[in-house]
Design a protein around this ligand. Structure first.
Ligand code: UDP
Length: 234
């Protein structure tokens, strides 16, 4: 397989075209951004950690019957994936209150929800990723009602699988963001699942093991990505 031109470069990843029909390379960078790109830095080893973590989690999800864009791991910081058309609404699942949920609603932090919540936000840094309901997504032509239902149903299924897996390695998955894409008329899971896109707390100590360490200058950022890669991979 050969890599051809760069198709897209985002804040944390680059997508390259390949000479294989329908397949692209997803390259993970060490670049980190937060607060809609206002805070920027490099986290050494983040690309390798996020690629390895995502590969492993996509494999787990695949075994449980979830359709994803993942094909195979290529190198330490690259995976081969199906080239999808990303749906411009991000799907966020929450098990415990924190982050924007608490900021937006003045709600107490750390409340364990009886049932998880699913919400959508517009994938647009320029507009600060505002929350969207099903009608907003539909009238803006971002996704159909059927696609929205598929994203919601799969997000909840993915949550159950991830909750079980992370529990088995002593980690709580607090909340996370998913991106779905269209491939041959189907909606499948795409993007990444990593400490950049999830909040992880250690089950015993409640220590934050995710990008919040970078967002809020909590220290030990590089070590945290390395520790998560080790715990997930072992
Ligand atoms: N998230 C993400 N990308 C975004 C926004 C959120 O990956 O553009 C993830 C974030 O890491 C967390 C979850 O989605 O695991 C919920 O984030 P929240 O809405 O609380 O936003 P934040 O507090 O990060 O602004």
């Amino acid at each position: 397989m050969e890599r051809t031109e760069k198709l897209y470069e985002g804040k944390a990843k680059i997508i390259y075209k390949t000479d294989m029909e329908g397949l692209v390379i997803q390259h993970f960078k060490d670049d980190a951004t937060a607060f809609d790109g206002v805070k920027k830095d490099t986290i050494l080893g983040k690309g390798v950690a996020n690629n390895n973590i995502s590969c492993k989690l996509f494999e787990i999800l695949h075994k449980e019957g979830i359709k994803t864009h993942f094909e195979k791991k290529l190198t330490d910081n690259e995976m081969l994936v199906k080239g999808v058309e990303i749906i411009q609404a991000e799907t966020i699942v929450r098990n415990i209150s924190t982050g924007s949920f608490c900021r937006n609603y003045g709600f107490e932090e750390g409340v364990v929800f009886e049932r998880p919540t699913v919400e959508f936000s517009y994938k647009s840094d320029e507009h600060h990723d505002p929350l969207m309901n099903d009608d907003h997504i539909r009238v803006m032509g971002i996704a159909t009602e059927e696609e929205i239902a598929t994203m919601r149903k799969n997000a909840l299924k993915i949550n159950e699988i991830l909750k079980k897996f992370f529990d088995s390695i002593g980690i709580i998955i607090v909340d996370f963001k998913l991106e779905f894409g269209r491939y041959n008329g189907e909606v499948i899971l795409a993007d990444e699942i990593s400490p950049d896109t999830c909040r992880f707390w250690d089950k015993e100590t409640k220590k934050k093991l995710d990008k919040d360490r970078f967002r809020y200058d909590l220290g030990g950022v590089e070590d945290t990505y390395a520790e998560m890669m080790k715990r997930i991979g072992d």
